[in-house]
Design a protein around this ligand. Structure first.
Ligand code: SF4
Ligand code: SF4
Length: 397
């Protein structure tokens, strides 16, 4: 089991916005809304210190834009990357001479339905660009220094000349945040994602290490995160929409995510991705501080993290205890459930059964991946903290 041996702390100077512009520095810019003309200007400003889109795209290259298309949901729910951001990036890539594709591999929903609901189909029609479902898994070696030797990733993602990662800023019930690195998990084909949850089991840091391996293997040339509107609380699907008013860009998704975690008030020792990166010696040295292009970093106060986060990192010897009495358990909200059985289909442990419209969860086998919560279209999976967690939370732990 991969564990960080040190309690890796965030760097001193949290929210320090100064810093040298180094090649993997994350850049941020404030942006109030998705108005197309302003969005174009802001994106041009954001990409300027990175050399502009021409630093990433040459004429004739195939360019895969990989937004977060988690499910067939309207942009206003803030689950998926806003189509306005995808559209403006697609236009910039076309202007640079690239051949644009928009692609993802939703775990459950039909890709055509996802593309239509999320606004991607309309962009593809308007701009005459391709929509591709990231299927055709292909086993490829992982670059040295990761957790795994090889991974199965969509051939279409691997064969694109350039991948541009377009994640959404959201909280995540299992991984606390879902940002740039986790968005690359979408290049693992469809339901094969559930196999990775099964393999990592309850070990969040092992799962995060696999996410790092995926991102290092697909190697997006550029990441632009949509944080104008995002999600807080019980993300990535059933949280509350939150206006963060920012966009971020970086050559490397990891520094972007680590900077955002700090901005959102999350210390790295509570963020599995940072813990995994520390255990694998992947935290960039020297640390590339975030650069804000139009002033100071906004103070984002009282960002609601998932209820599953606050008491997760108890010592290993308490694992059995935490599982039973601390960690949040999924449960059915009978009033909301539409009995679509998507939760049953996605569950990597096959520990949800259905009898006369009542779901039963086998908590001894549940690995708390919260995939059931993530895919539920009716927000009918409750995440109930264990009784010890409720007491600790009340005591302000
Ligand atoms: S809990 Fe959600 S995903 Fe599961 S059957 Fe009910 S509506 Fe469908
Ligand atoms: S019941 Fe839900 S949280 Fe538990 S293993 Fe299945 S999908 Fe994951």
């Amino acid at each position: 089991m991969l564990r960080s041996t040190t309690n890796y702390a965030s760097p001193a100077g949290r929210k320090d916005v100064t810093g040298l512009a180094v090649s993997n520095a994350p850049y941020f810019i404030t942006c109030p809304d998705y108005a197309p003309a302003r969005l174009r200007e802001v994106l041009l400003q954001l990409l300027a210190p990175l050399g502009g889109i021409g630093a990433f795209v040459s004429p004739g290259q195939s360019v895969l834009l990989k937004p977060n298309l988690l499910s067939a949901s309207e942009p206003g729910r803030r689950i998926t990357t806003d189509p306005a951001v995808v559209r403006e990036v697609a236009i910039l890539v076309k202007e640079a001479g690239g051949k644009v594709m928009i692609g993802d591999s939703p775990a459950l929903d039909n890709f055509d339905k996802v593309a239509r609901r999320t606004g991607m189909w309309a962009i593809a029609q308007e701009l005459g660009i391709a929509l591709v479902e990231l299927n055709q898994p292909m086993r490829v070696p992982v670059p040295a220094g990761g957790r795994y030797q090889s991974l199965e990733i969509s051939r279409l993602a691997l064969e694109a000349d350039v991948v541009i990662n377009l994640p959404k800023l959201k909280t995540h019930s299992q991984m606390t945040l879902t940002l740039s690195v986790k968005n690359m998990f979408g290049t693992i084909v469809g339901m094969r994602k559930a196999e990775w949850h099964h393999m990592a089991g309850r070990d969040l840091i092992a799962f995060a290490a696999m996410l790092l391996d995926v991102a290092r293997t697909v190697k997006p040339a550029l990441t632009i995160i949509d944080g104008i509107w995002g999600m807080e609380g019980q993300g990535p699907s059933n949280g509350e929409a939150r206006h963060f008013g920012l966009l971020g860009a970086c050559r490397d998704p990891l520094p972007l995510d680590l900077s955002l975690a700090l901005l959102l008030g999350l210390d790295w020792d509570m963020f599995p991705l940072a813990q995994a990166a520390a255990a694998l010696n992947q935290i960039p040295e020297p640390w590339p501080k975030a650069v804000w292009l139009n002033g100071e970093a906004p103070i984002l106060e009282n960002v609601q993290l998932p209820v599953t986060t606050s008491v997760r990192f108890l010592p290993n010897f308490m694992e059995g205890l935490t599982r039973r009495y601390v960690v949040s358990r999924p449960a059915q909200d009978l009033a909301r459930c539409i009995v679509c059985v998507k939760c049953q289909e996605i569950c990597p442990e096959k520990c949800i059964s259905l009898n006369a419209n009542i779901l039963a969860f086998d908590y001894d086998r549940c690995i708390h991946c919260y995939c059931c919560h993530e895919v539920c279209p009716a927000n009918a999976i409750l995440l109930k903290p264990g009784w010890l967690a409720r007491i600790l939370n009340r005591l302000g732990r």
